[in-house]
Design a protein around this ligand. Structure first.
Ligand code: COA
Length: 328
């Protein structure tokens, strides 16, 4: 038995933060941002009373509506995020509560930009075991809550958003293979310094702006190009997939140049790559399911799809799946 994605939905906040807006906030310009990253605008959740779980809950509500099932049927909710509403309870708890998934349990999974593929792989195991029939995987991040909007090297990159998929058992198609990696040495190049048990919040950590994303961009870029391209190529090789066999690459949307390098290594034409980074920027755990949502109407049952990601940690990997349904 395999696990298949049987529905996909997303939620993006209405407020747009364009490159022109950022030009007024930091010393940057539209041309630099477009040419170095591919990003034109991103969405920001401005309502201070709303958090990651609110975006995730909206995505899950739409997901269930589309599939025509009730929240009480959900067995498990896994939420990939690095911007949990609180350290505890988990964002999965809060989302399950908000959508009325009263028969479900759940947990958060922390793998930064690879969070969605790590969570998808984990959720698939509960379906493959035969134990569960309906598992919801959410990728959601309110990145604006951990960005320093005076730091031009990071504030241009990220946006807010959420998306979710439903996993159900299937005899054919579905998730076939995964190859996932972690390397804790990556903490030296990309991290949120304070707020955890190592450096709990103090006046000093707040004054030093240690609660926001800190990144040494170039080493992260180099590791991302190599990691995402290699793992995507490897998963094609070990599943005997030639470029012609692959219908779509669904890459994490961190930087257009990282996506281009992965596409070239896989030998795919540009038309087979889902790219929406120009509209949403890097929404961390939400990028891959947001692509699936945006391209859903073009996907056909049996399409060979490679999901690929690289993120903080470092974390990286690829998932090979066959799409399970035609959109009506
Ligand atoms: N606007 C204008 N100039 C900027 C800028 C901005 N927003 N940000 C940085 N610069 C400047 C730098 O200060 C530097 O100036 P200098 O040469 O005078 O020192 C110059 O642009 C080049 O900076 P550099 O860091 O070498 O640029 P880059 O080509 O590596 O691009 C990133 C920077 C962040 C876009 C790139 O490193 C990247 O995408 N890294 C990976 C990010 C990522 O994916 N993170 C999430 C995990 S998946």
């Amino acid at each position: 038995m395999r696990a298949a994605i049987t529905s996909v939905a997303g939620y993006l906040p209405d407020d747009v933060l364009s490159n022109a807006d950022l030009e007024k906030m930091v010393d940057t310009n539209d041309e630099w941002i477009r040419s170095r990253t591919g990003i034109e605008e991103r969405r920001i959740l401005k309502d201070p009373t709303k958090a990651t779980s609110d975006m995730g809950a909206e995505a899950v509500k739409t997901l269930l509506e589309k599939r025509g099932i009730d929240a009480t049927e959900i067995d498990l909710v896994i939420v990939a995020t690095v911007t949990a509403d609180m350290h505890f309870p988990s964002t999965a708890n809060l989302i399950a509560h908000k959508v009325g998934a009263v028969n479900s349990w759940g947990f958060d999974l922390s793998a930064a930009c690879s969070g969605f593929i790590f969570a998808l792989t984990t959720g698939a195991k509960f379906i493959e075991s035969g134990q569960y029939k309906k598992v919801v995987i959410v990728g959601a991040d309110k990145m604006s809550s951990i960005i320093d909007y005076t730091d031009r090297t990071t504030c241009i990159l990220f946006g807010d958003g959420a998306a979710a998929v439903l996993l159900e058992p299937t005899e054919s198609h579905g998730i076939i293979d995964h190859k996932l990696h972690v390397d804790g040495n990556g903490a030296n190049f990309l991290r949120q310094k304070a707020g955890g048990s190592l450096f709990p919040p103090t006046h000093e950590t707040v004054e030093n702006k240690d609660h926001v994303i800190w990144q040494d961009g170039q080493p992260v870029f180099k590791a991302a190009v190599k990691g995402m391209a290699d793992v995507s190529y490897d998963i094609m090789q070990r599943n005997n997939l030639a470029p012609d066999d692959v219908a779509w690459l669904v890459p994490h949307q961190a930087n257009l140049r990282i996506i281009d390098a992965t596409q070239r290594r896989m030998g795919l034409p540009k038309e087979k790559v889902m790219i929406n980074i120009q509209k949403y920027g890097n929404t961390t755990a939400a990028t891959i399911p947001l692509c699936l949502r945006d391209w859903e109407s073009q996907l056909k049952a049996g399409d060979n799809i490679i999901l690929a990601a690289f993120g903080g940690g470092f974390t990286w990997g690829a998932v090979y799946l066959q799409w399970a349904y035609d959109t009506h």
